[in-house]
Design a protein around this ligand. Structure first.
Ligand code: ADP
Ligand code: MG
Length: 157
């Protein structure tokens, strides 16, 4: 199921992805390591989700997230990729990304063209923005999960 595991809290290092050119499409996605992906419930649905995200001890931003099949592993392993709805000055590979997934938008889809894919993602982003303003989702932005004590060691970093 998609909703059964929500809200889902997760923290881990941002690693290099498959390089499918998300950034070139204007939609960079911060990938979690294989280890973090393995820690997800095995029966969580693939598809597009939304929630809150924070890099290191930075601000908490809205995000959309995809749980999908990872082409690098011949689609036998999942990948979890977060697009944070915020413009960052620099990349943040190697940093700790904290997320809470609060809602589900839709299953994975195949698109006939790149334009259709980009349009769908833009609609996902608008849907995420609207949903996250609702009190039940907004309240998770302030969750203590996002307030890492200074200098606290997480995930061996
Ligand atoms: P990769 O295949 O390595 O994941 P992407 O094209 O998906 O490459 O770009 C992802 C990287 O872009 C992230 O790891 C992060 O360092 C950087 N980045 C910059 N802005 C964002 C953002 N708003 N959301 C997610 N990642 C971002
Ligand atoms: Mg990516």
């Amino acid at each position: 199921g998609a909703m059964r595991h929500l809200p889902y809290f997760c923290r881990g290092e941002v690693v290099k992805g498959f390089g499918r050119g998300s950034k070139e499409l204007g939609i960079p996605t911060a990938n979690f390591s294989e280890q973090v992906v393995e820690s997800f419930p095995s029966d969580i649905s693939t598809g597009i989700y939304y929630g809150w995200a924070c890099v290191g001890n930075g601000d908490v931003h809205k995000m959309v997230l995809s749980i999908g099949w990872n082409p690098f592993y011949k689609n036998i392993k999942k990948s979890v990729e977060t697009h944070i709805i915020h413009t960052f000055k620099e990349d943040f590979y190697g940093e700790i990304l904290s997320i809470v997934i609060t809602g589900y938008i839709r299953p994975e889809k195949n698109f006939d063209s790149l334009d259709e894919l980009i349009l769908a993602i833009q609609e996902d982003i608008e849907e995420a923005k609207r949903q996250l303003d609702l009190p039940e989702h907004l309240k998770l932005k302030e969750d203590n999960f996002f307030h890492l004590p200074e200098g606290k060691i997480v995930n061996n970093h």
